[in-house]
Design a binder for this molecule. Structure first.
Ligand SMILES: NC(=O)c1ccc[n+]([C@@H]2O[C@H](COP(=O)([O-])OP(=O)(O)OC[C@H]3O[C@@H](n4cnc5c(N)ncnc54)[C@H](OP(=O)(O)O)[C@@H]3O)[C@@H](O)[C@H]2O)c1
Length: 261
């Protein structure tokens, strides 16, 4: 008989990824947790094993390194872990003038958000297709719907993710693999993470709770896949943005945003 598989959650040490891990654990889903902070992963793994009686592996890993997705897939194979659900969540966003931000960090963001996601998905999909079941949830962002001055690389990597994930959904649906593309707006920092988050400006449209985003994403997964834009204001913004000429949208956003000082 086939062993129960695992859900792999990247960026599970805090924020939205940890919320995915906790919610999936409550569904009795075995988990592989990945991020750089090994101690946090171990503590979460312990919490989830005790609370839900599931199997949880933690793998500390820097997913922004070149070839990271391939290396992580090799590690999963070496440990004999079969992944039925991949949650591509790990990410970070730097803001500032393109030329003033570190080139090295921007290239790391491209690796983490794009190259690693493509590598992991490429390596893990074949087994899902063979089993005719499985899922891939990719966390993109509202930032991917338009070019954003002072977040140029971040918005470009998220545009790539949205396009990639939606195209993949159409390709693999016939094999029984469900693909969900999630485009959250600004997320509320959980009290557990508040000490490292600093002062945050009020955001038009408000902030969304991790739990609400995860609930919508998993509902879409259960229904067979799709695009998730959590929250009514974000849905409206994503719709309305289509009516602004592509050539004007970046200049318009620049007018209403300032580079961080
Ligand atoms: N926050 C928002 O307002 C917002 C809005 C829209 C979309 N999103 C997207 O939602 C996702 C989660 O965001 P979040 O707010 O939960 O972020 P977060 O609280 O900063 O957590 C990011 C997670 O990614 C991990 N991570 C970062 N760099 C990594 C690396 N090089 N290798 C492995 N893991 C790494 C972090 O763990 P370690 O530091 O331990 O490695 C952490 O677990 C991201 O893709 C983000 O772009 C966020």
């Amino acid at each position: 008989m086939r062993q129960p598989g695992y859900a792999l959650v990247t960026g599970a040490s805090r924020g939205l990824g940890r919320c995915f891990a906790r919610t999936l654990a409550a569904r009795k889903q075995n988990l592989v947790l990945v991020a750089r902070s090994g101690e946090k992963l171990d503590a979460l793994a312990c919490e989830l094993r005790t609370a839900h009686g599931i199997q949880v592996e933690s793998i500390p890993f820097d997913l922004a390194q070149s070839g990271a997705g391939q290396h992580l897939a090799d590690e999963l194979t070496a440990r004999g872990l079969q992944i039925d659900l991949l949650v591509n969540n790990a990410g970070f966003g730097d803001q500032g003038r393109f030329l003033e931000l570190s080139l090295e960090r921007q290239l790391r963001a491209i690796n983490l958000h794009n190259a690693t996601v493509v590598e992991l998905t490429h390596r893990l999909l074949p087994a899902m297709i063979e089993q005719e079941q499985g899922g891939v949830i990719t966390i993109s962002s509202m930032a991917g719907f338009q070019p954003i001055p002072f977040a140029s690389v971040y918005s470009a990597t998220k545009a790539f993710l949205t396009t990639f994930s939606l195209a993949l959904e159409a390709e693999v649906a016939r094999f029984g693999v469900r693909v969900v593309t999630v485009c959250p707006g600004r997320l509320r920092v959980s009290p557990e993470d508040a000490e490292n988050s600093g002062q945050r400006k009020k955001f038009p449209g408000g902030e969304q709770a991790h739990e609400d985003v995860v609930k919508e994403a998993l509902r879409a997964l259960d229904r067979g896949g799709g695009l998730v834009i959590p929250g009514a204001i974000n849905k409206f913004a994503a719709f309305a943005e289509r009516f602004i000429p592509r050539s004007k949208v970046a200049r318009l956003i620049k007018k209403i945003s300032k580079p961080p000082s």
